[in-house]
Design a protein around this ligand. Structure first.
Ligand code: PMP
Ligand code: GLU
Length: 395
């Protein structure tokens, strides 16, 4: 039998992608599934972006490009940050990859390895821990709770730093909780970072999807010299409904961008040429589409939270960003729902899928037992029907 490497044997399949695949399989068997598992906008990519992709093909942009991405796109990304935040950096500091997940992999692979430690506040997006482990580094989890708004405090960060700590991973707006750190909260974390030797990976992929008075902050520009310690990650998957185009990027100090570029040039070469041209259209083009989708997500958030909070034994904090409700179901542990014994978030999700055909993701996959994640990147009709089914389960 062919051997499996230690690294590959230790990797868990992505829990979110696995949940999405399960729903697809059941649907292909003709079952009606109310699928709230994947964090993927249900909207189609706006037409002007698709047109730019089509035009790129017709114009012959179907060849290899520079491994770190075409200069025009790196320039468009730099322009977007200047316009949006007033953050200025050179396009050479940008590297474009096959989705932000790939950017995260490149960032970690280029900065940490065996013997190093990466600090991750919980709840965290499922892939962070495995992406760290794949580099040979280990991770240290810092627990946050609903009571403190699922936010890591400066004191917690300070206490977590050891001589082995190399990086802390921040994610605001957050997947899975939807929390958005305020500027002041991030400044306080930035001060702890600057007092230490650690760097930061700031995953800001949900930055354009914030609700009410919440505002996303670009971490790297909060303090002078912070950009020298920060790798900013983002992409077009969420805000422009472009998950399938696989376009993400990292902005880093030049020597890190160069290292990431070398890694990428050996691993995957350039990201898709056609997607790169489409992404220029997304960033430079009319931004109305982003606001239209954001408004729709906010309406769905209100609906989901209002309805979930009326269900027995469910408590749903209101997310300020992204498109996830992360709700507590602990009151059901130790009970039997529709004949299924519930002992944790995984058994709750299995019972929901098997008995009422509602597909959710267990909080334990995000390092937060007791909770369940519902992605509301799906239609109001599906949300209403799915929550009707959940009501049937928990009543
Ligand atoms: N970061 C977070 C927090 C996410 O939820 C996702 C979702 N896929 C990603 C990064 C990666 O997105 P993509 O690879 O589609 O750009
Ligand atoms: N990030 C999304 C999610 O959390 C998409 C799936 C994935 O890339 O893991 O559902």
């Amino acid at each position: 039998m062919l051997p499996i490497s230690k690294m590959a044997a230790a990797v868990q399949p992505s829990a979110t992608l696995a949940a999405g695949a399960k729903a697809r399989l059941l649907k292909s068997e003709g079952k009606t599934i109310f699928d709230f598992s994947l964090g993927e906008p249900d909207f189609n990519t706006p037409k002007h972006i698709c047109d730019a992709g089509y035009k790129a093909m017709l114009d012959g942009h179907t060849h290899y490009t520079a491994a770190s991405g075409i200069a025009e796109l790196r320039g468009a990304i730099a322009r977007w940050y200047k316009r949006t935040y007033g953050y200025e950096f050179s396009p050479e500091q940008v590297i474009v990859s096959n989705g932000a997940k790939h950017s995260l992999h490149n960032a970690l692979a280029s900065t940490v390895g065996p013997g190093d430690e990466v600090i991750i506040p919980t709840p965290y997006w499922v892939s962070y821990s495995d992406l760290v482990q794949m580099t040979g580094a280990s991770y240290a989890l810092v627990s946050t709770t609903e009571k403190n708004g699922f936010k890591m405090t400066p004191a917690q960060l300070k206490a977590a730093i050891t001589p082995r700590s190399k990086l802390v991973m921040l994610n605001s707006p957050s997947n899975p909780t939807g929390i958005v750190y305020t500027r002041a909260e991030l400044e306080a974390l930035a001060d702890v970072v600057l007092e230490s030797n650690i760097g930061v990976i700031s995953d800001e992929i949900y930055e354009q999807l914030v609700f009410g008075n919440a505002k996303a902050t670009c971490f790297a520009m909060l303090r002078p010299k912070l950009a020298e310690r920060t790798i900013t990650i983002s992409g077009v998957s969420k805000s422009y409904a472009m998950t399938g185009w696989r376009m993400g990027w990292a902005i880093a100090p030049l020597h890190v961008t160069k290292a990431m570029g070398n890694v990428q040039s050996q691993e995957t070469s350039n990201p898709c040429s056609i997607s790169q041209y489409a992404t220029i259209a997304a960033l430079d083009g009319d931004q109305t589409c982003v606001e239209t989708m954001r408004v729709e997500f906010e309406k769905r958030r209100d609906l989901v939270c209002r309805r979930l909070n009326k269900l027995p034994g469910i408590r749903c904090p209101i997310p300020d960003g992204a498109f996830y409700a992360f709700f507590n179901v602990e009151a059901h542990f130790g009970k039997t729902l529709k004949g299924k014994p519930i002992k944790d978030s995984l058994t709750f999700c299995s019972a929901a899928l098997e008995t009422v055909h509602v597909n959710l993701v267990q909080g334990s996959a995000f390092g937060a037992e007791g909770y369940v994640r519902l992605s509301f990147a799906t239609s109001v009709d599906q949300i209403n029907k799915g929550i009707d089914r959940l009501a049937e389960l928990v009543s």
